[in-house]
Design a protein around this ligand. Sequence first.
Ligand SMILES: [Zn+2]
Length: 312
Amino acid sequence: MEDHWSTSMVTNTYGTSLWRTIRKLWPKLRGNCKIKIGNGVKVSFWEDSWLEQGSLKTLFPDVFILNQQQRDTVAEVWSNQGWNLSFRRPFNDWEIQRVVEFYRTLEHFRGGNTVQDRLEWKDHKQGRFSVKGAYKKFNPFNSQINGWPWKMIWKAKIPYKVSCFTWLLAKQAVLTQENLMKRGIQLSPRCFLCGEKAETVTHLFLHCRITNQLWDLFINKKELKWVMPRRVTQTLKIWSSYANISGHRERWKIIPACIWWSTWKERNLRCHQNKSNTIQKMKMNCLVLFHFWCKQEYMEDLESVVNVLGSL
Ligand SMILES: [Zn+2]
């Protein structure tokens, strides 16, 4: 075990390597934590940086070599009477100055208490750790944070599974024919909707002439001068920028996910069940889904769909 704060390194996959991958991040996370000492049971006296100056082993390697409690915790060498440290031999004259410095450094310790030791996140006033804070810390220039359309994916009022699907799309990771073939599965790469082009993520969801008719439902409504971008992430970003001209920002934001989810369902119907809907029915399904997500209720009549579209 490296220290008392983490599990051992994972050498087994246990079916997936998820935990091993998470565990690999530990040294990085640990480096950004400081120790808040309590009862001292978890804190290594020599190895851990429990004093602001750093670890005692690094600060005083010459004293460390002579000590007989090299693996002890703070709790084991501290008592209310003071430090109980024992050394292999008496100090030589030339070593005394260093030993004095060593004990002076220890004077910064004000004594423990009965609370458990804990790690605190250095970049937070109260020492609280958050995944968001850690991500920002380790990816300060990551364009994905600044340029990534996460609000369109995770803040849109759509079912969570659809947010996950949209995220996969943005990552180009949805299992289209092209992506399956990249994994070595031999298939006909033809688009299930138009049957004309290869089924890539960008073709199926952005440029297929069938999918475009779903886009047109909304684009024509606002008479937008829309040129379909080359990537899903660009599409989300540009679509989001048009939310300002929309009468209903929240509804506007869910349109791409609605089109893509409808497209994917139709594509799977054709791929797995050998059935298909006409383009008119596809448009209707898309509008009904849009209405459902906006109102969270099933459409009763055509008029209510028209009203929802009118609010855009
Ligand atoms: Zn197509």
